[in-house]
Structures are given as structure tokens and as C-alpha cells.
Design a protein around this ligand. Structure first.
Ligand code: PLP
Length: 414
């Protein structure tokens, strides 16, 4: 019987026998690695620069820490197991991982399909940067509807080779759900038609490997900002991509050229944090549900976009049941009274912290329009439902009574 994820997250990727019995992984703080002989030097270079990935179980070929390192390798092995993948590549932040995916799989003249809204950094990369290289992005209006996805995919394929589909589900910050299996099937259909299968990459940052496994639903790549729930303590930045050995090998080789490897210390920290990720996400999830329930009945609140409240009969509810094993702990809610009321409430908080980001042990809250979406033109922001009443909360692992009491006293100002 395969080991449960909760066991693998403590054990996978590290064997104490190979490290003098040290029960915890050593930190390999080095920039370069000595060769055993001139022939060994030639062999490891041949292995590293091969266009095919190394055989599973092959001795690692460490050369220089920008190429790969023991601490990155341990984290990559553990992340791959948790995501249900052959291999994984880690990067110095989530955006570096997304950037590597676009550079590896897109060429001038190509088109990209994406769900809406998509994380601001990804949006900027697609609309402000890659357009300069002749790459055109196309948004999907309804990522739960086959006709809507197919229409966007056909428009994209009519303009150029559709080479990449970027899916973010649940979406940041609206918690909108996309049907990964449906999008992957339509991407395969377009692939047949144009003679090149688009890569389907899913941003799994909001739920992470314990609550959603995009590869099991037909995605080619699962990307995660490890800065959030995997790192889990708001004290580092990291990113990961999991998938089949071939594309991951390609991403690792490109990472060497981009210089976007994850340093040994951060790799070691994320490996350690993964050991408690299931406990943290479980507790944060329970707290999030209790806060969402509290907010739902509060007279100062007009809406709570918590995916745990999705109607099970709706299309989103059915996809949620099939695709997700939890509702996460980050969601948006709307307050009556716009920016002024939101600011009054935020300034009264004593336990919750006002900051961007998510997935830490502490609860974070921010006013989306004036922080995470400050630079997004109002029209595009409103198009995806982010108005002056919207607040995003990332619920942590504190005692629930303290969190609710803090929100209750702060909402008295509204
Ligand atoms: C959904 C999502 N994807 C990607 C990123 C980028 O990750 P990083 O900040 O680690 O570069 C973020 C960051 O907030 C995010 O929320």
C-alpha cells in the first residue's frame, strides 16, 4: 500500500542513511562541488547537459549550485511526491517559476490562453511583457463552460500557435473555480487540430498539494508559490513546478540560464515546513470556515466569497467536489460603505495583521483595490468583481475566538 501523503511529507526526498544517520537533512552551504576525477567531471557534465532526463534513481550530478544542489534535490523529490508527479523543479519565488514556464514553452507568434482573473504578476507578465515578444494572451470568460473555453481557444489558435494554457484555480482573490479536466480536454482537441499540444499549467497556490492535485485532473504542470502555504511562516520566497520528467528537465536546464534556482537555506526551510503543512492547512481551514460563517451573518457584510459555501448543485459546486479536498483558508468578503468603511475597520484591528500575501501562520488582511490591485485599471478590476468594498483575508492558525472577537470589535466602526 502506498504511504499516505501525511507520512510522505515527513519522509520523502531524504534518506538519513546517506547522511551519516543525521535524522534531519544537513544544509549544504556551498557554491560548487569537487569532482572525484577528470573522467567523473566529464560524466556529470554529460549527464547534466543531456537533452533527456536522468534515469530514475541515477546518482545526482552536482556541479555548481546554480545548476542543482542537494537541498534543492531533496525539496524537489518531496514536492514531486506530494503533487503526484515524476519530478519537480524549485525556483527562487513563484513568479520565477511562472516566468520559466513561459520562456520554456512559448515562442514569438504563439498565443496563451488563461483563466480570469489571474494573479497580478502573471497578468503583468502576459499583458505588459510577453506582448513585446509577439505573444498574445486570450482570457477565458467562463472556465466551467465547454463552449466558452472552446471559443477562447479557437480565437487564440486562429491568431497563432496556442502553446500554453495557464489556469489559476481557485483564482486569486475571487476564489473562482475552473474545471481543469475540461480545459485539458479542450487543449488536447486544439493540439490535434494544430499539430502541437499546448502545455496546460495550473497555479495551485491557493489550495496546495493537500487539497488539490491538478496533475490528477489532466494538467501537464502544477505550479505553486511555495512562499505561501508550503513555506507557511511568511519568512521566505520560493516557487515550484511539478510534472513529467521531460518538461521538468527542460525547466531545470532553463533555470540554470535564468539564474532563478532556490538557495540551499530556503530549500532546507521549505523542506522542513512541508512536514507540518497538512496540520497548518487543516487548522487554518477550520478557522477560515468559522470566520466565513461569522461574516456571512454580520450586518456590516454584504458578501462572502468562500468556496466552502459554493452550492453543491451548481456547476462550480460539482467541479469543487470532484477537484478539491478542502476549501483553503484565503477568501474575499465585501463590507458595506466602500473604501472609507473598509479603512476604518482595518485601522481598528489588533490581532489580525494588515499585509499582502497569504498562507502564513498569522492571519493577514488587505483592501484589494488599494493594495494587491492598486495598479490594475478600475475597469479590469471591477470586471472580475474587485470593488472598493472587497477585503481579502488569509486565515492563520491562531485561536479562533481571538480572531472572531477582533473582527467583531473592528466591524463596530462600520
Ligand atoms: C496565486 C499566486 N500565484 C503566484 C504568486 C507569485 O508567487 P511569489 O510571490 O512567490 O513570486 C502569488 C503571489 O502572491 C499568488 O498569489
Amino acid at each position: 500500500m502506498p504511504l499516505h501523503r501525511n507520512t510522505q511529507t515527513v519522509a520523502a526526498g531524504y534518506d538519513s542513511k546517506a547522511h551519516h544517520g543525521s535524522i534531519k537533512p544537513p544544509l549544504y552551504s556551498t557554491s560548487t562541488f569537487a569532482y572525484h576525477s577528470a573522467q567523473h567531471a566529464k560524466d556529470v557534465h554529460a549527464q547534466y547537459f543531456s537533452i533527456t532526463p536522468p534515469e530514475a534513481g541515477a546518482d545526482p550530478a552536482y556541479i555548481y549550485a546554480r545548476l542543482d544542489s542537494p537541498n534543492m534535490a531533496m525539496l524537489q523529490a518531496r514536492l514531486a511526491v506530494l503533487d503526484g508527479a515524476e519530478d519537480a523543479a524549485v525556483f527562487n519565488c513563484g513568479m520565477a517559476a511562472i516566468n520559466a514556464i513561459t520562456q520554456a514553452f512559448l515562442r514569438p507568434g504563439d498565443t496563451v490562453l488563461h483563466t480570469k482573473p489571474i494573479y497580478g504578476g502573471t497578468d503583468g507578465l502576459l499583458y505588459s511583457h510577453l506582448t513585446q515578444f509577439g505573444i498574445t494572451p486570450f482570457g477565458i470568460t467562463d472556465p466551467l463552460d465547454a463552449d466558452s473555453i472552446r471559443a477562447a481557444a479557437l480565437s487564440a489558435a486562429a491568431q497563432g500557435r496556442l502553446a500554453l494554457v495557464m489556469v489559476e484555480t481557485p483564482a486569486n482573490p475571487t476564489s473562482g473555480i475552473a474545471d481543469i479536466a475540461l480545459i485539458a480536454a479542450i487543449a488536447a482537441e486544439i493540439g490535434e487540430r494544430q499539430g502541437h499540444k499546448p502545455i496546460v499549467a495550473v497555479d495551485n497556490t491557493f489550495l496546495g498539494p493537500f487539497q488539490q492535485n491538478p496533475l490528477a485532473h489532466g494538467a501537464d504542470l502544477c505550479m505553486t508559490s511555495l512562499t505561501k502555504y508550503a513555506g507557511g511562516h511568511s519568512d521566505l520566497l520560493a516557487g515550484g513546478v511539478s510534472g513529467a520528467a521531460g518538461p521538468i528537465h527542460q525547466l531545470k536546464q532553463l533555470r540554470t540560464l535564468l539564474g532563478s534556482h532556490l538557495d540551499a537555506h530556503s530549500s532546507w526551510m521549505v523542506l522542513r515546513s512541508l512536514e507540518t503543512m497538512h496540520l497548518r492547512t487543516e487548522r487554518a481551514g477550520e478557522n477560515a470556515r468559522a470566520i466565513a460563517e461569522f461574516l456571512r451573518t454580520h450586518p456590516a457584510i454584504s458578501a462572502v466569497n468562500y468556496i466552502g459555501f459554493t452550492d453543491p448543485q451548481s456547476r462550480a459546486g460539482q467541479v469543487f467536489a470532484r477537484q478539491c479536498r478542502g476549501a483553503g483558508s484565503t477568501f474575499t468578503f465585501k463590507i458595506h460603505g466602500g473604501e472609507q468603511a473598509a479603512f476604518r475597520m482595518l485601522d481598528r484591528l489588533r490581532v489580525l495583521h494588515m499585509a499582502v500575501s497569504l498562507g502564513g501562520t498569522e492571519t493577514l488582511i488587505c483592501h484589494s483595490a488599494t493594495t494587491t490591485h492598486f495598479n490594475v485599471p478600475a475597469e479590469r478590476r471591477l470586471d472580475v468583481g474587485i470593488d472598493d468594498n472587497s477585503l481579502r483575508i488569509s486565515v492563520g492558525v491562531e485561536h479562533i475566538d481571538d480572531l472572531i472577537e477582533d473582527l467583531r470589535q473592528a466591524l463596530e466602526s462600520v
